[in-house]
Design a protein around this ligand. Sequence first.
Ligand code: NAD
Ligand code: MG
Length: 389
Amino acid sequence: MKRLAILGSTGSIGTQALDVVAAHPDLFEVEVLSAHSNDKLLIEQAKKFSPNAVIVTDEKKYEKVKAALSSLPIKVFSGPHALMEVVQWESVDVVLAAIVGFAGLHSVLAAIDAGKTVALANKETLVVAGELVMSLAQLRKVSIIPVDSEHSAIFQCLTGEHKTAIEKIILTASGGPFLGKKPNFLVNVKASHALQHPNWTMGAKITIDSATLMNKGLEMIEAKWLFGLNNDQIEVVVHRESILHSFVQFCDGSIKAQMGLPDMKLPIQYALGYPQRIQNDFPRFSFKNYSKFHFDAPDYKTFRNLAIAKEAMEKGGNVPCVMNAANELVVDSFLKNKVGFLEMSDVIEKVMEKITFIEHPSLEDYEKSDREARILAAELIKKSQLSVY
Ligand code: NAD
Ligand code: MG
């Protein structure tokens, strides 16, 4: 029986993880649930799964959650610091990190520091502070099991292989809803268009990142740290069917891939169950439904975020952290129709140019770079709005 802390339980990954848990009550027990502001769903989940503790990080929601659960033996905490404490509890075996964005970093570091196995969905954690996170994991001898489908695929391909035998990895990208489109089309797209992903149903932020290809850029950086790769060992190929979830090419030229229907429950279940494979009744892939698979080079010119992320990965230091912060802010603004689709890349690029470079940042440096990048991005968006109206 594994005792789980599910951070971000009300999100797309969190709710699917709870479906996996509900299907295997003999294997998993929920010890902790956390959410930011969706008090209604958090209360419902707590009543169903009876965790030892729930954390609602938005302090305004604390009284409501506390009152709703007062008759049950469930501890209720609030604020980001509570997250860092509960993940370290003796009674937690595995932490599923499914908070979105930089906000998930500190709880991942706290979990690793306490020696907990981390099932990692929160890719921004490795984008921001990959070096810090992985060196702490090494020090504490902690396993980080990827949940992101591409990284789960690579992780599965590497089972039984030696790290030094990797020649390169090839991350697959669906291409998102605007595959094949050019800037004259993209200039007019709104959040409602960009939220229509062809293959995956996900949270709003990652869905926009998939439309701009920033998601694949973040995943390149995530892969670099997870698998200890050099920048030139990471490639991206567009595979619009999202059936081959990524490839590893070895030093003898042999290539392994992992395949399956695009359903995040699969990599979530794999990460929670690892090293065991768990039987399930999810729909199976059939070749009868797919007469062809397509593979294309990504369009780095139109989808500039992919080129920007590659540049950030190559520059290293605090640059990926700065890029991530600017991206979080522009995506939020795009969702509120405050910035255009193509302008998002302009803002991120300008922020990256302006922030002071730090080659080996500390945690405090990352926090400062994140704050400064957000302020700068907000100013740039404000200015661009003034020049339009
Ligand atoms: P989501 O927006 O659906 O859910 C995010 C969760 O984080 C919610 O429970 C929310 O309450 C919580 N949260 C938000 N802001 C918070 C804050 N400031 N402090 C504490 N908690 C906060 O997001 P998602 O799609 O489930 O994605 C979660 C993470 O997993 C992201 O990093 C994403 O890139 C990654 N991921 C998601 C998918 C997917 O299919 N959804 C696939 C691969 C990777
Ligand atoms: Mg992915």
